[in-house]
Design a protein around this ligand. Structure first.
Ligand code: KIV
Ligand code: ZN
Length: 521
């Protein structure tokens, strides 16, 4: 089948809304702008940029993403309430191509939340979709928990939304309950039974609670859905959403049996996956399809032998197709600034002159300690350069003594708001002693929710990347850092997270979500 004969499937990315809603995945304003720009550049058709009424921070982010958008449609989420929809429109109206996405839970369990009868809810849907359509000619409507909604009622409300002017109807599997055949049957049923269904686009929005989100989304497409809602790395509440990289690559690799095309530049997948992992603080599992560290690694002897003879023996797609450099040579301590700049360009990292200077200093320091500096090391340096900065807390020096036969001892010098302080603390191991020292110099009530260490490359001189997630009064902040010294990387990640909490504390109310999309009333 030629490309011309393939049906177009639209990719709707909700990393910045459903993904960011995941506890702990909160992104800063600048990070949201950066991810939106990468999504736009990679060819995402619709970016759900946030939930404007949820907080001042969400509103600002959606507005600015809308203003900066190039090709993608920019969408905001709104509950089935007039003021939500107005607020959403205020934020997205700056986009070249704005969309309002409004929704209400239609299953028996969800209808009970606002305590509406079936008829009352039908009226509310008519009123709110009509209102949205009077503001914007691109309106998406979702019956939340559609997969657990009675079929007759689902057909009735979908018909009402279409008549009121919805141009896309999204069918969410909110709790990740459906299975592929049922997902397909539901779309087929709606297409057959609902008058006007042929004139609009059906979307599929799956959660991964039973590990079937990708399969359910593709089954819905085979039944007639033409928009897939997904997130980078499958980020999202609980087990997450459908992973963008999985559905896009499945359609690309198995175009022979699924004749659908997307407009995603798949070579940009790895870079955005790494950036989302970094800014959300949710690392990608090693064996994750498409973007996991091991997804293209062939370690067993029999696999390596086969790969050397013919790559197709064990490889169904090329690493280059998802933006993994094929045969990349490591840099070393003699590599200069031009080589580093070229390498960054290869890796899809665009930095200004000042940032390059900073990354180059870090690179030289690392190359002195590590014989070969691999792509992963460079990316870890970029992350560190982006997260360190002129912050409230800065580590001046750290010395840790540990071993058998006694507690570890950390001697820490740190600048706190420009004032240099120092202390010596003991702890149960080097990281515990170090974190206690940080707390002694900067007393705080933040609770450690996650402490995670990964080796970036192989070998005992590998850099460790450390992620730390903290929670304080309902605010969550993550910090990352990388260094060949795991304890130092841990200290920097901890301090990064504290710096982020400090920033949030000083602008209380702007980032904090005041309502959740589940508060439908
Ligand atoms: O999962 C869900 O139902 C949602 C809706 C708001 C579309 O995310
Ligand atoms: Zn969802």
């Amino acid at each position: 089948m030629t490309d011309q004969a393939k049906d177009r499937v639209y990719i709707f990315d909700t990393t910045l809304r459903d993904g960011e809603q995941s506890p702990g995945a909160t992104m800063t304003h600048d990070e949201k702008l950066e991810i939106a720009e990468l999504l736009d550049e990679m060819g995402v058709d619709i970016i759900e940029a946030g939930f404007p009424i949820a907080s001042e921070g969400d509103f600002r982010a959606v507005s600015e993403i809308a203003e900066r958008s190039k090709n993608s449609v920019i969408c905001g989420l709104a509950r089935a309430q007039i003021n939500d929809i107005d607020r959403c429109w205020e934020a997205v109206k700056h986009a070249n191509r704005p969309r309002i996405h409004t929704f209400i839970g239609t299953s028996p369990l969800h209808r009970a939340i606002p305590n509406l009868t079936m008829d009352e809810m039908a009226d509310r849907i008519h009123e709110t979709v009509t209102h949205a359509r009077n503001l914007c000619d691109n309106v998406q409507w979702s019956p939340m928990d559609a997969t657990r909604t009675e079929h007759d009622y689902l057909c009735r409300v979908v018909e009402i939304a279409i008549k009121a002017g919805a141009t896309t109807i999204n069918i969410p599997d909110t709790v990740g309950y459906t299975a592929p055949r049922e997902s397909a049957d539901l779309i087929k049923m709606l297409l057959e039974r609902v008058p006007g269904a042929d004139d609009i686009i059906f979307a599929t929005h799956c959660h991964n609670d039973l590990g079937m989100a990708t399969a359910n989304s593709l089954a819905a497409v085979e039944a007639g859905a033409r928009q897939i809602e997904c997130t980078i790395n499958g980020l999202g509440e609980r087990a997450g959403n459908t992973a963008l990289e999985e559905v896009v690559m499945a359609l690309k690799v198995r175009g022979d049996i699924m004749p659908y095309e997307t407009h995603i530049d798949t070579k940009k997948i790895m870079h955005i996956s790494r950036r989302v992992a970094t800014v959300s603080g949710f690392p990608v599992q090693f064996n994750k399809a498409i973007v996991g560290k091991n997804a293209f690694a062939h370690e067993s002897g029999i696999h390596q032998d086969g790969m050397l003879k013919n790559k197709e023996t064990f490889e169904i797609m090329r690493p280059e197709d998802v933006g993994l450099a094929g045969t990349s040579l490591p840099l070393g301590k003699h590599s200069g600034r031009a080589a580093l700049r070229a390498k960054l360009k290869d890796l899809g990292v665009d930095v200004g002159d000042n940032q390059l200077k900073d990354i180059f200093v870090r690179f030289k320091d690392l190359a002195d300690r590590k014989k070969e500096v691999f792509d992963e090391d460079i990316l870890a340096l970029v992350t560190a350069a982006m997260t360190d900065g002129a912050d409230h807390l800065e580590i001046v020096s750290l010395k840790v003594v540990c071993g058998t036969g006694g507690p570890a001892e950390a001697t820490l010098e740190m600048e706190v708001g420009g004032e240099e302080k120092s202390c010596v603390m003991e702890g149960d191991g080097p990281v515990d002693a170090t974190f206690k020292a940080v707390r002694a110099l900067y007393p705080n009530s933040a609770r450690l929710q996650l402490y995670q260490v990964n080796a970036v490359t192989e070998g005992t001189d590998a850099q460790a990347t450390v992620s730390v997630r903290l929670e304080e009064d309902g605010k969550i902040a993550t910090g990352q850092s990388a260094d060949t010294d795991t304890v130092y990387a841990s200290a920097k990640a901890y301090v990064n997270a504290l710096n982020r909490l400090h920033v949030r504390r000083s602008k209380t109310g702007t980032d904090q979500k005041e309502i959740s999309y589940k508060d439908v009333g």
